[in-house]
Design a protein around this ligand. Sequence first.
Ligand SMILES: Cc1ncc(C[n+]2csc(CCOP(=O)(O)OP(=O)(O)O)c2C)c(N)n1
Length: 665
Amino acid sequence: MPTDVLPRAQHDKLANAIRTLAMDAVEKAKSGHPGMPMGTADIATVLFSRFMKFDAAHPTWPDRDRFVLSAGHGSMLVYALLYLTGAPEMTLDEIKNFRQLGSKTPGHPENFITKGVETTTGPLGQGIATAVGMALAEKMLAAEFGRKAVDHYTYVIASDGDLMEGISQEAIAMAGHWKLNKLIVLFDDNDISIDGPLSIADSVDQVKRFQAAGWRAERVDGHDPEAIGAAIERAQKSGKPSLIACKTVIGYGAPKKAGTSKAHGEPLGADELKAAKEKLGISPEPFAVAPDVLEAWRKIGARGAAARKTWESLFGTLPPKKQAEFNRRLTHERPAKLAKALAAHKKALLATPQHIATRKSSELAIEAIVPAMPEFLAGSADLTGSNNTKAKSAVAFSAKNPKGRYIHYGIREHGMAAAMNGIALHGGFAPNGATFLVFTDYCRPAMRLSALMGTGVVYVMTHDSIGLGEDGPTHQPVEHVAALRAMPNMRVFRPCDAVEVAECWELALNRIDGPTTLALTRQNLAQLRTEVKANRSAAGAYELFKAEGGKAQVTLFATGSEVEVAVGARKLLAEKGIIARVVSVPSLDLFLEQSAEIRETVIGDAPVKVAIEAGVRMGWDAVIGHDGIFVGMTGFGASAPYKELYKHFGITPEATAEAILARIG
Ligand SMILES: Cc1ncc(C[n+]2csc(CCOP(=O)(O)OP(=O)(O)O)c2C)c(N)n1
């Protein structure tokens, strides 16, 4: 519940403490962005002193309000708030170490470095889009566990840059459609970006834009605490998400630079800093926060302890089983039933082998997973029927049905990916979302943040090569698997049959500290695996067919749909008296992470090494060497039935065998 309005003089003192820390830290670091925190200090002071439900000493308490600084360049705002409110790890020394190696105060807020930072921001637009996922998770979790367990707001401070980025449109459209009424965005409406006044590049009426997307939106003076507070109160009561466009002055208080792009991204400089402090009536001493001001801020930081305790006792009235389930879900612990369900599914596959596309095998795996894993939250960016991500029992989420566990993200791949980050960060759900593999390009900035932050998001990417056929080169990924493998901490799986698909899903769902991409086919594939004793995909690669009748002269490495090609080539070679083994490589990146011993055993010492993948060669030399034979793509695909394309591009058992025979001579 909102607390009383602070007397204006007191408010100013608290806000100026933020300004002083921001100015001084940027000055000392000789880099950073002072203007944004100086301009939004009044908004942040109202939000934190009157509205935010948080307990500085317990930054991960489940029912805290979430605060997302979407304009991540203004990171000193968060660090100042954490220090002032008494977050245990945010000492004044950390503030003084702003942007230095090993500090808790990196250039942009990193949730994996600084406790109390909810999500990594910096790439503009990501924060607001991630916050949509957090607010979505709040709504869904509240619908499932009740308001005694989940009842909090998600607050965002977003800048002009955030709202100009395309992803913000996808995000606000979803939030409006889903009526995420506990999402409140405070827009730092300062009309300034790096190149100068906004008028040189933008003339959007943001209030009208948000209203058109189903939001409640209004304008206030961003330096009037009472007006800001009244607007937040109205927003809290709204049945829609809210935008509060707060008209502010960037670099507020700096006599010459305020209101100009000069305040955006560089230290104020000694003279301007001194003059700003004089103007604001604050001590010239660097990093000085008067004891009474610090005490007032610390009280704000401690006040939420009461709300936390109230929550704890309310939560304690829930049945113990429900409490345990809630805690399990929030800590991303997987249910014991999951492993059993997948083991049974794999056994069933052996009993009834499937000659189907891996996207369809994935659907079968999902059917097995869903009853065992209530937090499994699938979705698609308008390709449900093609991605095969919807279990028969899954009901669509909507504003009216927040218990639905399937998300129709609309044709918003980027917004989907960012929302999944927010869902994962919020906790309570294991999100997976789908589109065509080629459109990972549309998701990539958010996928990169999944990888950087280590969110356990699963990207279900179907139509994974020229094997999709007639849709042609715009839809045929060629470089995407390699590009995703290049992303640190992104796990990429390209399974070859229904058994590998089940194994890869299992590995993906148990990977709670990083994202996974599943690359799946449109075309049918034979089931090659004949045993399911161990999860063989877990090492990234394994020998699927061994050398028969002597020592291997050739090793054929392949992924996904091309494992069949390798198996066909092995047969043709055998007819010519050449002994070949086949190694299936469901994950090249995971394989390359294995010990040298494992890698050497799997790679083997056959003199001819061949990799077959309907994509570019990049990455494969680590396995086959520079002199290895690569059977794949060297340019874009084409539009034709897929079997013709495979022939046209020479990705067939015959072409592979021919290349090998030419090499062996
Ligand atoms: C996706 C992305 N593009 C570009 C940048 C570089 N950048 C940082 S801040 C900024 C714009 C600053 O304008 P605004 O968002 O209004 O922030 P303010 O100047 O008010 O602090 C840009 C282009 C970025 N961080 N992210």
